[in-house]
Design a protein around this ligand. Structure first.
Ligand code: SAH
Length: 234
């Protein structure tokens, strides 16, 4: 079973989506199986390409609460975009932490000395993510490298900041100023922005903290950042 996860990561390396050894190691250490059920992979050993599609679909049903775990290649992209900031000692915020998969990878990259806070507005998902991460990553919580809190991530989490890196796992309708404010000088925010047509945006705060440089990377499709009540109604 573990072989399947290794195959998946290996294929992301071959496709040049994972470009860096540290990111490869963090994703290898964060077994996707811990975030779904063993049976899925037992029943359906598949080539990694269809595994990408299926794991996303299947997770939609499993996780519930109208939530998906992002596809592995999106996790890899996000980690690559934040690579230079995800170093030991860094402070990081993961908004819409959902399954907790990416949050756990980031925690592995900032230890020792760093801290990742995941913020998710569905408390059941917060509990589930803590349970799943604990299967192989209990020490991340015990060592204080990782914390997952319940709350509206559109406002960020100022009491934990400022941050070297902020990642958002759901789309903001427009420029998320509250989050940009919580970046340290030299910090980077990666967030899908837009309604309908979304683009993965990178906001870089200048080293003196006075300017913000922004650029669009790839077109993406994420669920929107929303109100809890609205999300559970769908
Ligand atoms: N990175 C996660 C993505 C999950 S999907 C993963 O790969 O598992 C997006 C997540 O954003 C969902 O868990 C959803 O509940 C959460 N979300 C949506 N709006 C939110 C808000 N206003 N505050 C916090 N979390 C939110």
């Amino acid at each position: 079973m573990h072989r399947t996860h290794v195959d998946l990561i290996q294929s992301l390396v071959h496709q040049n989506i994972i470009k860096n050894e540290r990111i490869k190691a963090a994703m290898l250490a964060t077994d996707r199986l811990d975030f779904s059920t063993d049976r899925l992979y037992e029943d359906a050993p598949q080539p990694s390409n269809s595994l990408l599609v299926n794991s996303k679909k299947i997770f939609f049903v499993l996780v519930g609460y109208n939530v998906t775990i992002s596809a592995p290649h999106m996790h890899a992209h996000a980690l690559e975009m934040l690579r230079d900031k995800l170093i030991p000692g860094a402070r990081v915020l993961d908004v819409g932490s959902g399954s907790g998969y990416l949050t756990a990878c980031m925690a592995r990259l900032v230890q020792p000395g760093g801290k990742v806070i995941g913020i998710e507005h569905i408390s059941e998902l917060v509990q589930l993510s803590i349970k799943n991460i604990s299967k192989n990553g209990r020490s991340l919580f015990d060592d204080g490298v990782l914390e997952i809190v319940t709350g509206d991530g559109r406002l960020g989490y100022p009491q934990g900041g400022p941050y070297d890196a902020i990642h958002v796992g759901a789309a903001a309708p427009n420029r998320p100023n509250a989050l940009i404010e919580q970046l340290k000088p030299g910090g980077r925010l990666v967030v899908p922005v837009g309604v309908g047509n979304q683009q993965m945006m990178i906001y870089d705060k200048s080293p003196d903290g006075f300017e913000v440089h922004e650029r669009a990377t790839l077109g993406v499709r994420y669920v929107p950042l929303t109100d809890k009540a609205k999300q559970l109604r769908h």
